[in-house]
Design a protein around this ligand. Sequence first.
Ligand code: CMC
Length: 433
Amino acid sequence: MTREDATLRVGDGEYELPVIVGAEDEVAVDINRLRATSGVVTFDRGFANTAETKSAITFLDGEQGILRYRGYPIEQVAERSSFLEVAYLLSNGQLPTRSQLDEYVDEITHHTMLREDMKHFFEAFPRDAHPMQTLASAISALATYYPDALDPRDPWAMDISMKRLLAKVPTMVAWSYKHSCNQPYVYPRNDLDYVANFLHMMFSFPVEEYEIDPAVAKALNVLFILHADHEQNCSATTVRVVGSGHANLFSSVAAGVHALSGPLHGGANQRVVEMLEEIVAAGGDIAPFVARAKDRDDPFRLMGFGHRVYKNFDPRAQIIKRYAQEVLEKLERDDPLLAAAMQLEEVALQDDYFIEKKLYPNVDFYSGVIYRTMGFPTDLFPVLFAIGRMPGWIAQWREMAQDPTTRIGRPRQIYVGEGKRDWVELEKRADRS
Ligand code: CMC
């Protein structure tokens, strides 16, 4: 779809630029030929105004708080589907029929085991290793076990790699956790569904089976779905950029895990709970934390607040808040962290600083409170985000790999360093320290 062109004037030059309009009327000025015709590039820190790709996977309207997977509103998807059904939807573009879903689930389920010698892989890591580092390394290592299925231009290799990855990630996470607590590994059970099997591998012992609470399994299924994709965020963009050089799926997604691990991205859920623990430990007074977040000279930020795209509310946060309350009620638990989180939200939403800057609770604000109630350790929270995000990374990677217009990701820069100067011999250099 194209509308009229846009005109850009730079100095004496005037350049016609095509305008692209998306399916939801998003308008973009196409600058693909800008440098070739004018010698000028654009400058856009954090890609805040740059659409790098056309995508048919996820639609997000940050002003209205809308999130849709392949057109389906997140509220409906979260309530009605299973995580693997969502994975199918994201990758294939359509909801599966009953037989398509059965076949897909069956295939994934039959790839849940890891190669036996991969056990030693986890043992090579320190017991207190952060699980995000271990997960990224384990995903990277998958490429060494399946060298015949790595070519991103081979449809068979692409398909089997996507299924292996989705199937094996919960086993890798659970085994890395078991290693961290010096407990025996628990093998997957293919009679359980994806989420129940993960809980089983995490919390069962060879001598005692973990009893899966349906309320916990349901809430975790919803949490995974809410994290499943979020269009061109930091980690999805990383996956696409790495993949644009024709790196295989495992390498691309391992890079995505690293991108997600940062506290401004998926690492935020761990930081939220640490912040809430600090608030509770300090007696529950949230005022000093809010004051610090507003202080320009203090790097402290309210973790779980703010979003690059959402400027009204994050629909995922609203669903998670409801589940956090429900899960705690069903498990008959009372968590001071939930009370602190709700109080913090209330105060921040009435504060001019947060109102002016349009800062609202994001997906990470309440998720940690639920994970904690379920028995997951705090450093595992970003890993749970990564399990949830796996279908999105896979779908984004596949869309990128199959798009004939994809080019290697290679931005420009504005050089602001020294001009040309002559080499100075070691002995003749002045001390500038
Ligand atoms: N607490 C206090 N001030 C904040 C916060 C916060 N959580 N977030 C943004 N601000 C201020 C920021 O200082 C800036 O102020 P000013 O205009 O005076 O310089 C303004 O709001 C705009 O912030 P920004 O950093 O320019 O916005 P961004 O779009 O580049 O960053 C963000 C978005 C999510 C990284 C940021 O809001 C943040 O650091 N939040 C805390 C970490 C967090 O919760 N991350 C999870 C994000 S959602 C899930 C995910 O993507 O993984």
